[in-house]
Design a protein around this ligand. Structure first.
Ligand SMILES: NC(=O)c1ccc[n+]([C@@H]2O[C@H](COP(=O)([O-])OP(=O)(O)OC[C@H]3O[C@@H](n4cnc5c(N)ncnc54)[C@H](OP(=O)(O)O)[C@@H]3O)[C@@H](O)[C@H]2O)c1
Length: 267
Protein backbone atom coordinates (compact mmCIF):
# COMPACT_ATOMS: atom_id res chain seq x y z
CA UNK A 1 0.00 0.00 0.00
CA UNK A 2 1.43 3.38 -0.98
CA UNK A 3 -0.17 5.55 1.65
CA UNK A 4 -0.11 4.98 5.39
CA UNK A 5 -3.67 4.72 6.74
CA UNK A 6 -4.27 7.21 9.56
CA UNK A 7 -5.58 4.42 11.78
CA UNK A 8 -3.67 1.19 12.36
CA UNK A 9 -3.81 -1.72 14.75
CA UNK A 10 -1.08 -1.98 17.40
CA UNK A 11 0.14 -5.33 18.69
CA UNK A 12 2.35 -4.58 21.71
CA UNK A 13 1.80 -7.12 24.54
CA UNK A 14 -0.19 -9.46 22.28
CA UNK A 15 1.29 -12.94 22.22
CA UNK A 16 0.55 -16.18 20.38
CA UNK A 17 -3.16 -16.80 19.68
CA UNK A 18 -4.14 -13.40 21.13
CA UNK A 19 -1.94 -11.72 18.53
CA UNK A 20 -3.38 -13.80 15.67
CA UNK A 21 -6.95 -13.15 16.83
CA UNK A 22 -6.43 -9.41 17.32
CA UNK A 23 -4.84 -8.89 13.90
CA UNK A 24 -7.47 -11.05 12.18
CA UNK A 25 -10.31 -9.20 13.89
CA UNK A 26 -8.68 -5.89 12.95
CA UNK A 27 -8.32 -6.86 9.29
CA UNK A 28 -11.90 -8.15 9.21
CA UNK A 29 -13.11 -4.89 10.74
CA UNK A 30 -11.45 -2.91 7.93
CA UNK A 31 -8.01 -2.02 9.33
CA UNK A 32 -5.34 -2.10 6.63
CA UNK A 33 -2.41 -0.96 8.76
CA UNK A 34 -0.71 -3.22 11.30
CA UNK A 35 2.12 -2.21 13.66
CA UNK A 36 4.49 -4.76 15.17
CA UNK A 37 8.15 -4.92 16.28
CA UNK A 38 10.91 -7.47 16.60
CA UNK A 39 10.81 -7.15 20.38
CA UNK A 40 7.05 -7.79 20.61
CA UNK A 41 7.81 -11.41 19.81
CA UNK A 42 4.68 -11.72 17.67
CA UNK A 43 5.86 -11.10 14.09
CA UNK A 44 5.16 -14.74 13.18
CA UNK A 45 1.61 -14.44 14.54
CA UNK A 46 1.05 -11.14 12.69
CA UNK A 47 2.24 -12.81 9.48
CA UNK A 48 0.00 -15.80 10.13
CA UNK A 49 -3.06 -13.58 10.65
CA UNK A 50 -2.37 -11.70 7.41
CA UNK A 51 -2.18 -15.00 5.51
CA UNK A 52 -5.33 -16.32 7.19
CA UNK A 53 -7.22 -13.12 6.36
CA UNK A 54 -6.91 -13.80 2.63
CA UNK A 55 -6.35 -10.08 2.05
CA UNK A 56 -3.72 -9.34 -0.60
CA UNK A 57 -0.42 -8.30 0.95
CA UNK A 58 -0.27 -5.12 -1.12
CA UNK A 59 -3.54 -3.91 0.42
CA UNK A 60 -1.99 -3.83 3.88
CA UNK A 61 0.45 -1.27 5.31
CA UNK A 62 2.77 -3.28 7.54
CA UNK A 63 5.27 -1.78 9.97
CA UNK A 64 7.94 -3.44 12.05
CA UNK A 65 10.76 -2.05 14.19
CA UNK A 66 14.38 -3.10 14.60
CA UNK A 67 15.34 -3.79 18.20
CA UNK A 68 18.42 -2.09 19.68
CA UNK A 69 20.36 -5.35 20.04
CA UNK A 70 20.30 -5.70 16.26
CA UNK A 71 21.75 -2.28 15.41
CA UNK A 72 25.34 -3.40 14.74
CA UNK A 73 26.36 -3.74 11.07
CA UNK A 74 26.80 -7.51 11.32
CA UNK A 75 23.26 -8.00 12.70
CA UNK A 76 20.93 -5.34 11.28
CA UNK A 77 20.15 -6.65 7.77
CA UNK A 78 20.04 -10.28 8.96
CA UNK A 79 17.53 -9.36 11.68
CA UNK A 80 15.28 -7.65 9.12
CA UNK A 81 15.42 -10.71 6.86
CA UNK A 82 14.41 -12.83 9.84
CA UNK A 83 11.50 -10.46 10.56
CA UNK A 84 10.34 -10.77 6.94
CA UNK A 85 10.50 -14.54 7.16
CA UNK A 86 8.36 -14.50 10.31
CA UNK A 87 5.96 -11.98 8.75
CA UNK A 88 5.72 -14.24 5.67
CA UNK A 89 6.37 -11.39 3.25
CA UNK A 90 9.12 -10.05 0.99
CA UNK A 91 8.91 -6.48 2.29
CA UNK A 92 7.44 -4.24 4.95
CA UNK A 93 5.90 -0.88 4.15
CA UNK A 94 7.70 0.85 7.00
CA UNK A 95 10.77 -0.10 9.00
CA UNK A 96 11.53 1.86 12.16
CA UNK A 97 14.43 2.23 14.54
CA UNK A 98 12.53 1.25 17.70
CA UNK A 99 14.52 3.38 20.19
CA UNK A 100 17.55 5.60 19.76
CA UNK A 101 20.63 4.29 21.58
CA UNK A 102 21.56 6.09 24.74
CA UNK A 103 25.15 4.86 24.58
CA UNK A 104 27.64 5.09 21.72
CA UNK A 105 27.95 1.29 21.40
CA UNK A 106 26.76 1.64 17.81
CA UNK A 107 26.73 5.13 16.31
CA UNK A 108 23.55 6.60 14.84
CA UNK A 109 25.44 6.96 11.57
CA UNK A 110 25.99 3.19 11.55
CA UNK A 111 22.46 2.05 12.33
CA UNK A 112 20.81 4.61 10.07
CA UNK A 113 23.12 3.61 7.20
CA UNK A 114 21.96 0.03 7.78
CA UNK A 115 18.34 1.21 7.75
CA UNK A 116 18.93 2.98 4.44
CA UNK A 117 20.61 -0.12 3.01
CA UNK A 118 17.49 -2.16 3.85
CA UNK A 119 15.39 0.32 1.87
CA UNK A 120 17.83 0.27 -1.04
CA UNK A 121 17.62 -3.53 -1.05
CA UNK A 122 13.84 -3.20 -1.51
CA UNK A 123 12.98 -4.85 1.81
CA UNK A 124 11.04 -1.82 3.03
CA UNK A 125 9.18 0.93 1.17
CA UNK A 126 9.75 3.59 3.83
CA UNK A 127 12.08 4.13 6.77
CA UNK A 128 11.58 6.01 9.98
CA UNK A 129 12.30 6.30 13.67
CA UNK A 130 10.54 5.94 16.99
CA UNK A 131 11.06 7.62 20.34
CA UNK A 132 13.51 10.14 18.85
CA UNK A 133 13.92 13.53 20.52
CA UNK A 134 14.12 16.64 18.34
CA UNK A 135 17.92 16.72 18.61
CA UNK A 136 18.10 13.06 17.58
CA UNK A 137 15.66 13.61 14.73
CA UNK A 138 17.75 16.55 13.51
CA UNK A 139 20.80 14.25 13.57
CA UNK A 140 18.86 11.55 11.69
CA UNK A 141 17.80 14.05 9.01
CA UNK A 142 21.40 15.24 8.69
CA UNK A 143 22.53 11.64 8.15
CA UNK A 144 19.72 10.44 5.86
CA UNK A 145 18.79 13.68 4.11
CA UNK A 146 15.62 15.79 4.27
CA UNK A 147 12.51 13.84 3.22
CA UNK A 148 13.88 10.37 4.05
CA UNK A 149 12.47 10.02 7.59
CA UNK A 150 8.87 8.99 6.94
CA UNK A 151 7.63 9.11 10.52
CA UNK A 152 8.62 9.55 14.15
CA UNK A 153 6.48 7.18 16.24
CA UNK A 154 6.15 8.65 19.74
CA UNK A 155 3.77 8.53 22.68
CA UNK A 156 0.88 10.95 22.10
CA UNK A 157 -2.51 11.10 23.78
CA UNK A 158 -4.59 13.85 25.39
CA UNK A 159 -2.55 13.58 28.63
CA UNK A 160 0.84 13.77 26.81
CA UNK A 161 0.50 15.96 23.76
CA UNK A 162 4.24 16.14 23.04
CA UNK A 163 3.93 19.59 21.44
CA UNK A 164 7.65 20.33 20.99
CA UNK A 165 8.12 17.08 19.10
CA UNK A 166 4.95 17.66 17.08
CA UNK A 167 6.10 21.13 16.04
CA UNK A 168 9.57 19.95 15.03
CA UNK A 169 8.22 16.99 13.01
CA UNK A 170 5.72 19.23 11.24
CA UNK A 171 8.47 21.73 10.37
CA UNK A 172 10.47 18.91 8.76
CA UNK A 173 7.46 17.19 7.12
CA UNK A 174 7.94 14.06 9.19
CA UNK A 175 4.57 12.34 9.75
CA UNK A 176 3.71 11.88 13.41
CA UNK A 177 2.53 8.49 14.58
CA UNK A 178 1.09 8.62 18.08
CA UNK A 179 1.32 5.42 20.09
CA UNK A 180 -0.71 4.51 23.19
CA UNK A 181 -3.59 6.82 22.16
CA UNK A 182 -5.64 5.75 25.20
CA UNK A 183 -2.70 6.04 27.61
CA UNK A 184 -3.47 2.38 28.12
CA UNK A 185 -7.02 3.25 29.21
CA UNK A 186 -6.28 6.25 31.46
CA UNK A 187 -7.70 8.93 29.14
CA UNK A 188 -10.92 6.97 28.58
CA UNK A 189 -11.99 7.82 32.15
CA UNK A 190 -11.52 11.56 31.60
CA UNK A 191 -14.65 13.60 32.32
CA UNK A 192 -14.13 16.11 29.50
CA UNK A 193 -13.67 13.30 26.98
CA UNK A 194 -16.66 11.40 28.36
CA UNK A 195 -18.86 14.50 28.10
CA UNK A 196 -17.83 15.06 24.46
CA UNK A 197 -18.53 11.37 23.79
CA UNK A 198 -22.05 11.66 25.24
CA UNK A 199 -22.75 14.75 23.13
CA UNK A 200 -21.86 12.83 19.95
CA UNK A 201 -23.39 9.57 21.17
CA UNK A 202 -20.09 7.73 20.68
CA UNK A 203 -17.49 6.14 23.00
CA UNK A 204 -14.61 7.93 24.74
CA UNK A 205 -12.19 5.81 22.68
CA UNK A 206 -13.77 7.07 19.44
CA UNK A 207 -13.39 10.67 20.61
CA UNK A 208 -9.69 10.14 21.33
CA UNK A 209 -9.07 8.50 17.96
CA UNK A 210 -10.92 11.27 16.09
CA UNK A 211 -8.89 13.85 18.03
CA UNK A 212 -5.67 12.14 16.94
CA UNK A 213 -6.75 11.97 13.29
CA UNK A 214 -7.98 15.56 13.16
CA UNK A 215 -4.60 16.65 14.53
CA UNK A 216 -3.02 14.75 11.61
CA UNK A 217 -1.45 12.09 13.84
CA UNK A 218 -1.49 8.53 12.55
CA UNK A 219 -2.41 6.29 15.47
CA UNK A 220 -2.31 2.61 16.32
CA UNK A 221 -4.58 1.52 19.20
CA UNK A 222 -4.44 -2.10 20.27
CA UNK A 223 -7.28 -4.28 21.45
CA UNK A 224 -8.10 -7.90 22.12
CA UNK A 225 -11.87 -7.43 21.82
CA UNK A 226 -13.90 -7.49 18.63
CA UNK A 227 -16.39 -4.85 19.81
CA UNK A 228 -13.57 -2.45 20.72
CA UNK A 229 -11.73 -3.11 17.45
CA UNK A 230 -14.88 -2.46 15.42
CA UNK A 231 -15.77 0.69 17.31
CA UNK A 232 -12.19 1.96 17.06
CA UNK A 233 -12.39 1.55 13.29
CA UNK A 234 -15.75 3.36 13.23
CA UNK A 235 -14.02 6.44 14.74
CA UNK A 236 -13.03 7.26 11.16
CA UNK A 237 -16.59 8.53 10.59
CA UNK A 238 -16.61 10.78 13.68
CA UNK A 239 -15.78 14.46 13.27
CA UNK A 240 -15.21 16.58 16.36
CA UNK A 241 -15.99 20.30 16.40
CA UNK A 242 -13.30 22.96 16.80
CA UNK A 243 -14.65 23.48 20.31
CA UNK A 244 -14.26 19.75 21.16
CA UNK A 245 -10.70 19.82 19.81
CA UNK A 246 -9.87 22.92 21.87
CA UNK A 247 -11.26 21.34 25.07
CA UNK A 248 -9.16 18.19 24.60
CA UNK A 249 -6.10 20.34 23.92
CA UNK A 250 -6.35 21.64 27.50
CA UNK A 251 -5.99 18.14 29.02
CA UNK A 252 -2.18 17.96 28.72
CA UNK A 253 -0.56 16.83 31.97
CA UNK A 254 2.79 15.36 31.07
CA UNK A 255 1.47 11.84 31.78
CA UNK A 256 4.17 9.74 30.09
CA UNK A 257 3.79 5.96 30.30
CA UNK A 258 6.59 4.66 28.06
CA UNK A 259 9.86 5.75 29.65
CA UNK A 260 12.15 2.77 30.22
CA UNK A 261 15.65 3.18 31.68
CA UNK A 262 17.12 3.39 28.18
CA UNK A 263 14.76 6.22 27.09
CA UNK A 264 16.40 9.44 25.83
CA UNK A 265 16.19 12.77 27.68
CA UNK A 266 12.73 13.74 26.46
CA UNK A 267 11.94 17.15 25.00
N1 LIG B 1 7.23 2.61 19.43
C1 LIG B 1 7.10 2.30 20.71
O1 LIG B 1 8.06 2.35 21.50
C2 LIG B 1 5.75 1.90 21.22
C3 LIG B 1 5.50 1.87 22.60
C4 LIG B 1 4.23 1.50 23.03
C5 LIG B 1 3.26 1.17 22.11
N2 LIG B 1 3.53 1.17 20.77
C6 LIG B 1 2.52 0.76 19.75
O2 LIG B 1 1.30 1.44 20.03
C7 LIG B 1 0.25 0.50 20.18
C8 LIG B 1 -0.80 1.02 21.14
O3 LIG B 1 -0.31 1.15 22.46
P1 LIG B 1 -0.82 0.23 23.66
O4 LIG B 1 -1.35 -1.03 23.10
O5 LIG B 1 0.30 0.13 24.64
O6 LIG B 1 -1.91 1.12 24.38
P2 LIG B 1 -3.34 1.74 23.97
O7 LIG B 1 -3.67 1.41 22.55
O8 LIG B 1 -3.35 3.15 24.45
O9 LIG B 1 -4.31 0.96 24.95
C9 LIG B 1 -4.59 -0.38 24.81
C10 LIG B 1 -5.63 -0.70 25.87
O10 LIG B 1 -6.85 -0.02 25.52
C11 LIG B 1 -7.93 -0.92 25.56
N3 LIG B 1 -8.86 -0.56 24.50
C12 LIG B 1 -8.67 -0.61 23.17
N4 LIG B 1 -9.76 -0.16 22.50
C13 LIG B 1 -10.67 0.17 23.46
C14 LIG B 1 -11.98 0.67 23.40
N5 LIG B 1 -12.59 0.94 22.25
N6 LIG B 1 -12.64 0.88 24.59
C15 LIG B 1 -12.03 0.62 25.76
N7 LIG B 1 -10.78 0.14 25.87
C16 LIG B 1 -10.11 -0.09 24.73
C17 LIG B 1 -7.33 -2.29 25.34
O11 LIG B 1 -8.10 -3.24 26.05
P3 LIG B 1 -8.93 -4.42 25.30
O12 LIG B 1 -7.91 -5.39 24.79
O13 LIG B 1 -9.77 -4.95 26.42
O14 LIG B 1 -9.74 -3.77 24.22
C18 LIG B 1 -5.94 -2.16 25.97
O15 LIG B 1 -6.00 -2.48 27.34
C19 LIG B 1 0.98 -0.77 20.65
O16 LIG B 1 0.18 -1.92 20.50
C20 LIG B 1 2.21 -0.73 19.79
O17 LIG B 1 1.92 -1.25 18.50
C21 LIG B 1 4.76 1.55 20.32
Amino acid sequence: MNTMPMLGAGTFRLKQQDAIDSVLMSLNAGFRHIDTAQVYDNEAEVGEAIVQSGIAREEIFLTTKVWTENFASDKFMASVKQSLQKLKTDYVDLLLIHWPLKTDDVSMETYLSELKAVKEAGLTKHIGVSNFTNAQLAQAIAILGEGEVFTNQVEIHPYLQNRKVVEFCQQHKVQLTGYMPFAYGDVLKDEVIQTIAQQHNVSAAQVVLAWMRQNDYVTIPSSTKQANIESNFASLTLTLSADDMAKIATLEKGHRLASPSFAPDWD
